[in-house]
Design a protein around this ligand. Structure first.
Ligand code: BGC
Length: 718
């Protein structure tokens, strides 16, 4: 809490006492202090302490407070002070003299960090990406933000919005997917919700998508690829008002991200006008004193190594101009005023918010909407209760809480519903045969054969993928283990109605077994309530409606190379579905794909105008019908292509999407908007985004490869 302002009389007395004890120089200083106090009229504002007066503008408060700070006090604001404290929070310094409260930071990619004790543990980021529901992500952000505040934190180190360049990235699960538009939209949702309670932190800026060599890798990227593919979603986070950004461990074009002038000073703080603070990733994130400060790094975390005394010395020695420090401290103070931290706000959320019934229900709802039905031959699913009498549930993972990585995103709930738990509690009259192990005896095989259906739960765990150094690192392969593949084949041999439930961060190759099974469901790392949601989908209580936010290829050859053991890599313009489209590859399941128990059709794509101005917006509408006999959700996806562009462009880019709930037989008109500015390319000749006056193709449908409706429009010359 900020210290109460000193009364002017008390300040004058202190100055006089000081004067009585010190030298002539000191006497002069004391007199100055006394005179300064003379202007005070009582109270914060009247005492001249504009910074303590919440009715003043933030900029006025920042300027006033800054003017009162010594160099040492300023630099003390620019670094963390310890590893997690007893509450599991990472603090920066409190300034008692001026009453400056500190940041209390904590991780929370899927729920508030395990370091703080139990918390609602949501499905991971890739699962949440699969909902294609930014409104739901607002709620997730709000819930995680509220639990963070209840635990004393005021900065949540989330969302992760690194573009998934390759599914072997160890932290693939933490991000929303492989498309910049979708990623930015989902991230903006989280930020909006979280910042009702705390400051959000979009990370890791930038091009952090390899784990094993994350501390050393130099990612080379050309300017156009950087701007269009790897930074566009961070720009959306800035536009959404994110309060802080974490720079990453890796280098970009020869310079560490946290001392990268181009990334931080030129683009983030310059062109984008980001006025929040930039903090480094932990321990090895900050690599220097002078280059980092000059580049625009504001806070070294978790402690002050480069940004403590060495930075004071660098300023005193002239290597870092004082205005650089002032700008950094302004960004820090601005955030403290903007989010109420300086004024002792926001208040702590009640402890009862942590794992509240509302939050755990939200975790379940998110997973219900995240599960992707990939294959469903002969209506193997749902398992209709009065038609199916006995279901064998196979595989160790069926009975294993499998919530994701054990690195910094580790969150632990006080309970986890496994798939087996969920199936048992939702079975009603159906008999569940528990075969939750990975090797089947002859007796087990007979049980599988005797069941009406077999559910095999397989996939990845924290042993296969996770954060580098502190956890598993990058995936070694896109395949399931040989044992799991064999298990699927063994079960499929015994039971013609074999349903595979996959867990993990994302793409899993399945060519060796997919044709042998009837149904495949992707459930991701499903969160603490995941087993309930999985059971609801399998029994048909909930219609599956998730869509893949990442491509599931047929082989690793369909993806760009993934190099995790070299210190130099080059990221090209194409990855994900844009890479497959460009190369004419046929994925196993494309980006945006997901089946339902009902059917949908699309009609009447209408564009409000056939020509729009370069600063205008395309307004499109499309009718979506539920042509089946039960309710369900469809995600309407709109992609744009480019005719006659003067640069090489993607076959299509996702530019709008909308989830819509439809009852049986219902039709709704869905509106989709695309800003012309979002169709620009980065022109390397003029160093600017250019909206081309060309013809654009609009395609609308239910996945990046199922786009039944098309139209064209033009953008007029400027
Ligand atoms: C991770 C960050 C995390 C930080 C603090 C780092 O190693 O890369 O994502 O916020 O640790 O735990």
């Amino acid at each position: 809490m900020p210290a109460p302002p000193a009364h002017p009389i008390e300040r004058a007395l202190n100055a006089a006492r000081l004067a009585a004890r010190c030298s002539a120089v000191c006497l002069v200083l004391a007199a100055v202090a006394l005179l300064a106090g003379c202007g005070d009229r009582g109270g914060a504002a009247a005492s001249g302490e504009i910074y303590r007066d919440p009715s003043q503008s933030i900029e006025a408060r920042v300027a006033d407070l800054l003017s009162r700070m010594t160099l040492e006090e300023k630099i003390e604001q620019m670094h963390g002070v310890s590893l997690p404290d007893s509450r599991g929070l990472n603090p920066t310094a409190i300034n008692e003299r001026l009453g400056i409260a500190n940041f209390e930071m904590v991780d929370g990619a899927r729920g508030v960090s395990a370091a703080t004790g139990a918390a609602t543990t949501f499905p991971v980021g890739s699962a949440r990406g699969a909902t294609f529901a930014p409104d739901l992500e607002v709620e997730v952000g709000r819930a995680i933000g509220s639990e963070t505040r209840a635990k004393g934190g005021n900065v949540i180190l989330a969302p992760v919005i690194n573009l998934l360049r390759h599914p072997r990235w160890g932290r693939a699960q933490e991000t929303y997917g492989e498309d910049t538009f979708h990623l930015g939209t989902m991230g903006a949702g989280f930020i909006q919700g979280a910042q009702e309670h705390v400051i959000a932190n979009a990370k890791h800026f930038a091009l952090n998508s390899i784990e094993d060599d994350r501390f050393t890798v130099d990612v080379h990227v050309d300017e156009r690829t950087l701007r269009e593919v790897y930074l566009a979603h961070f720009k959306r986070a800035v536009d959404a008002g994110v309060g802080s950004i974490m720079c990453s461990y890796n280098m970009v074009n020869g310079s560490y991200a946290c001392e990268n002038t181009h990334l931080l000073h030129d683009i983030l703080q310059g062109e984008w006008g980001f006025d929040g603070f930039v903090e480094s990733d932990w321990v090895l994130g900050t690599r220097s004193t002078v280059p980092s400060a000059l580049a625009g790094l504001d806070i070294e975390m978790p402690t002050g190594h480069y940004f403590a005394e060495p930075l004071v010395d660098a300023v005193n020695g002239g290597a870092v101009p004082l205005p650089v420090i002032n700008d950094a401290v302004k960004r820090i103070l601005r955030a403290k005023f903007r989010f109420g931290i300086f004024d002792g706000k926001p208040p702590l959320d009640p402890a009862t918010t942590v794992e509240s019934p509302e939050h755990t229900a939200l975790a379940r709802e998110v997973e219900e909407k995240a599960i992707v039905l990939l294959k469903n031959d002969q209506a193997a699913l749902p398992l209709v209760r009065d038609q199916v009498h006995r279901v064998a549930v196979v595989g160790v993972l069926a009975a294993t809480p499998n919530l994701g990585d054990t690195g910094s995103s580790l969150a632990v709930p006080s309970y986890t519903i496994t798939p087996l738990d969920g199936l048992q509690s939702h079975a009603g009259p159906v008999e569940i045969v528990d075969l939750s192990h990975d090797t089947l005896s002859a007796a087990d095989q007979a049980q599988v054969a005797a069941a009406d259906a077999a559910v095999v739960v397989v996939g990845l765990t924290h042993v296969d993928e996770g954060e580098g150094l502190v956890a598993a690192g990058d995936r070694k392969t896109l395949d399931l283990s040989a044992g799991q593949q064999q298990l699927i084949l063994d079960v499929a041999k015994q039971n013609p109605r074999t349903i595979v439930v996959l867990e993990g961060s994302g793409a899993i190759l399945m060519e060796n077994w997919v044709d042998q099974v009837s149904a495949v469901v992707m459930s991701w790392y499903p969160g603490m309530e995941g087993g309930n949601a999985i059971a609801e989908v399998l029994f048909g209580d909930v219609d599956p409606s998730g869509k893949l936010p990442v491509t599931f290829p047929r082989s690793a050859d369909q993806l760009p190379p993934f190099v995790n053991d070299q210190n130099d890599v080059t990221y090209g313009y194409y990855s994900g579905y844009r890479y497959l489209d460009k190369n004419g590859f046929d994925p196993r399941y494309p980006f945006g794909f997901g089946l339902s128990y009902t059917t949908f059709s699309f009609q009447n794509l209408t564009l409000a105008r056939s020509t729009i101005a370069p600063g205008g917006t395309l307004h499109a509408t499309v009718d979506v019908s539920n042509t089946g006999t039960q309710g369900g959700d469809e995600v309407v996806e709109l992609y744009v292509g480019y005719q006659g562009s003067r640069v090489d462009r993607a076959v299509r880019d996702l530019k709008a999407f909308q989830r819509v709930s439809l009852g049986p037989g219902e039709t709704r008109t869905v509106a989709l908007d695309v800003a012309a500015a979002d169709l620009a390319f980065w022109d390397v000749d003029t160093n600017a985004f250019v909206v081309e006056p060309i013809t654009y193709t609009v395609e609308v449908g239910s996945s990046s490869r199922d786009l039944p409706l098309g139209a064209t429009f033009s953008i007029s010359p400027p």
